[in-house]
Structures are given as structure tokens and as C-alpha cells.
Design a protein around this ligand. Structure first.
Ligand code: IPM
Ligand code: MN
Length: 335
């Protein structure tokens, strides 16, 4: 059966890297009907919304989506299209594996940490107001329901994926009520998962430990902002944002695989952007769809390329987006 997956190329080099990814997936023998949908600056200018309703509907209908980087304006402007999508589909669980991929130039080789990030509340509730000229309040929202949902998700994830330990990241020494609640829920629910070890760590210390000794962590469960920060910090440890991917899930089985972060304006139109930003989430999509062999073959071929120094300039090589994909395809098993 031909599966339909929503493809959101997004801004900047999204279109070129998405099309390279499509070519690679096809060459690995997987047929997917990609429903390409608009989002980002171009969608805003043409359709009046950076995350159009029809794009959201397509994700809801197909249940599977893959998404490139979408620009979020700083300061004034529209709401982050990423947030619009998360809110519309209640994609509460962000999963961000921080694992070194063979051959990627990186500070650490043996890191294997998964950040589970609550993605609906905390400072991302976006509630800000001006109390008085020059005085702004921004509210941080924490509910027991969301804490329980994400902590349970983290334990279930650990169980399903053979992980030994969940570490909850908090700042309950300062945010005694909100992070105090999150921490309490962690301890409460851990009683139902005697097979998974549980501990907690204060967020700033977690950052230092991540840099000094990331191998001591297994699964980290975080509220929204700390999860955002730790997932980028961790990406930096294993080779940067081109080398990692994330997914967002809700309770209805919708999964959006994504390039985690950022755009690359300096690379636009040059044809040298690293297609791994799209290939990494595509590998996760293939595994989710049960295309285990194809995912393994692409990983193997791509790892062989990187180890042989065949890569785009950001990884020290001299390939273009397309010639890198050609090289990966050439290393796929024949037949
Ligand atoms: C991410 C990004 C988003 C976030 C932005 C673009 C809204 O940084 O997915 O990590 O902060 O969640
Ligand atoms: Mn981020």
C-alpha cells in the first residue's frame, strides 16, 4: 500500500534538501506519496499564514509528516509556525535523540541521550503582558495534567526502547511551585515503573554535566524551555543540528519528524546545504513506517560516505547537496 506522508519543506534551504531526501528514499526502494504542503515566509506572503490551515489538516489526515526548518521571527511578527502546529494538533511530546552518527565531525562519539520535551506549556504558553511601560511579565504555565502526560511518556519510551534510566530536569530550588510540581509528579509516577531507574537533576547542573560527561545520561525528561535548551546543547555535542533530528507526537498517533532548528540563509541557492538535515528525520520516519531495511541501508551508506570524507562543506567535505546524495545512492546495496 502506498503511504501518504505530509512533507513540509519549510524555509531557506528546505526545498533543496527535501528534494534530495526524496530522491534518496526512492533510491532505497521505498515508495511514499509525499503530500507537499506550504509553511513559512513564502506561505505567509502567498496565503496570509506561515502555518496554513490546509497544512495542519494534511498532517492530521495523514498522521505522518516530515518538516524542515521554519523561520520564527524574533521580536515583532507572527507566532512561530512551529508553535501553531504543535498547539493545533496537541503535539505534546518532543523526542530528540542526541546520538553521534558515524563519521560526523564531533566533540563526542559515544553520546546516546534522548531528550523528552513537554511541548505545550511552560514559557511557550506565550502569555506576556505589559504591567506598566518598561515592565513586562511573562507567565510560565505548569499543569499537573501535562506533567503527568510527559513523565508517563518518558517512562513508556524508556521501556519500549530498552532504556535503563529517566532523569528529570528541573529548577525546583527556585521555581518551587511549578517545577516543584513537575518533580513531585516524577517521583510519584516512578513508583509505577520499578524496572526503570529514576533520578532528578537541577537544570544548570544538567547543562554542565552534559558538557563534561554526557555519557552518564540516558533519557532526560524536561519541561518545554529546558528541553529546548538541552536539546540544542546536546546537538552541539554530537556534531550540530545537521546531525540530529526530532519528532513530535500527540495521543492520536500523529507523528511529525523534523529538522530541529535554525535556517541557513548563507547557503541559500548555492546547492551546498547538507541534506542530512532532512535525511536524519527521514530515517526515523522510515523506521516508524516499518521500513527497517531501507533505513539501515541508507544509514550504512551515508556512514560509509562520511567516514571516507565524502560530505558537504559544513562537515569539511566538498560535495554539493545533490552529489552527496549521489554518493550515498552509489553505496546502497544493489537490487
Ligand atoms: C525548536 C525550536 C522552536 C522552539 C522555535 C523555532 C519555536 O527552537 O523546535 O527547538 O523553541 O521550540
Ligand atoms: Mn530549539
Amino acid at each position: 500500500m502506498l503511504r501518504t506522508v505530509t512533507l513540509i519543506p519549510g524555509d531557506s534551504v528546505g526545498a533543496e534538501t527535501a528534494s534530495a531526501m526524496r530522491r534518496l528514499v526512492r533510491a532505497a526502494g521505498v515508495d511514499i506519496s509525499w503530500e507537499e504542503m506550504p509553511a513559512g515566509v513564502d506561505a505567509y506572503e502567498r496565503l496570509g499564514s506561515p502555518m496554513p490551515a490546509e497544512t495542519i489538516e494534511s498532517v492530521r489526515r495523514n498522521g505522518y509528516a516530515i518538516k524542515g526548518r521554519i523561520m520564527t521571527p524574533v521580536g515583532e511578527g507572527y507566532e512561530s509556525p512551529n508553535l501553531t502546529l504543535r498547539k493545533a494538533l496537541n503535539l505534546f511530546a518532543g523526542v530528540r535523540p542526541l546520538r553521534h552518527f558515524p563519521g560526523v565531525p564531533s566533540r563526542y562519539q559515544d553520546v546516546d541521550v534522548v531528550v523528552i520535551r513537554e511541548s505545550t506549556e511552560d514559557v511557550y504558553a506565550g502569555i506576556e503582558h505589559r504591567v506598566y511601560p518598561g515592565v513586562i511579565q511573562g507567565l510560565r504555565v505548569t499543569t499537573r495534567t501535562a506533567c503527568e502526560r510527559i513523565v508517563r511518556f518518558a517512562f513508556e519510551y524508556a521501556r519500549r526502547n530498552g532504556r535503563a534510566k529517566v532523569t528529570l530536569v528541573h529548577k525546583a530550588n527556585i521555581l518551587k511551585m511549578s517545577d516543584g510540581l513537575f518533580l513531585r509528579v516524577g517521583h510519584e509516577l516512578s513508583a509505577s515503573y520499578p524496572d526503570i531507574a529514576f533520578d532528578a537533576i537541577i537544570a544548570d547542573n544538567a547543562c554542565m554535566q552534559m558538557v563534561r560527561n554526557p555519557t552518564r545520561f540516558d533519557v532526560l525528561v524536561c519541561q518545554n524551555l529546558f528541553g529546548d535548551l538541552l536539546s540544542d546543547l546536546g546537538a552541539g555535542l554530537v556534531g550540530g543540528i545537521a546531525a540530529v533530528w526530532g519528532s513530535m507526537r500527540n495521543d492520536q498517533g500523529t507523528v511529525v519528524f523534523e529538522a530541529i532548528h535554525g535556517i541557513a540563509p548563507s547557503l541559500e541557492g548555492k546547492g551546498i546545504a547538507n541534506p542530512m538535515t532532512f535525511i536524519m528525520p527521514a530515517l526515523a520516519l522510515l523506521r516508524e513506517l516499518g521500513e527497517i531495511d531501507a533505513a539501515r541501508n541508507i544509514s550504512q551508506a551515508m556512514g560509509d560516505c562520511l567516514l571516507a570524507g565524502v560530505s558537504t562543506p559544513d562537515f569539511g567535505g566538498s560535495e554539493t547537496t545533490e552529489s552527496f546524495v549521489d554518493a550515498v545512492i552509489a553505496r546502497l546495496p544493489k537490487g
